[in-house]
Design a protein around this ligand. Sequence first.
Ligand SMILES: [Zn+2]
Length: 200
Amino acid sequence: MWIKCECQHCGGHLEFGREHVGVVVDCPHCGQPTPLIVPPPPPQVPRITEIFGQRVKMYPQIQGYLLELRDRCLLTERVPGGVMKELAELAPASVGSREALLALIQQRWPRLLLSEDYRKRKRSGERQMRRIRGEGEFAPPVPVPEIPARGMGEADATPKQLRFLRNLGVRDEALLGRLGKAQAGFLIDYALAYRAGEGM
Ligand SMILES: [Zn+2]
């Protein structure tokens, strides 16, 4: 199970295994050191779609959703954890078109609008993350240590583990191809420790 948190400097998205909680890494988005932390659980509020089960429209320009009910429209805010907070009830007539909705939000809840600048930064961070992930030679090679034997019935390493290992510099594809899940975990710990020990 992978844990997600945000960089403390730029808010960039980070993903890591439970065994790396507390490790300080250089953020792949902004390069600043940031700790890998378990974000606090979202408040226990039922999802608004579970309450209404109606048509939901998502607008990329706003940090929210518009729920279209039979006789009314609800504007909800998107908050961390996928829980939505109800913000306002709009008369369907006041919504009308996408432009009218955005104009209304601009006027009454400007903080809900994502600025063009924010969206640009988010896209460029995502591009950089994809580049780093896709780059085979991201890290110089790590010499492979003695690995514990694969356990009876041990599942195959996950694609994410393998991708992470390649990014960390494990280049032995024959080894990666027969690696078990626990073995991959062991190798990830080893490669991280090896990388952390470099240049010290
Ligand atoms: Zn960052």
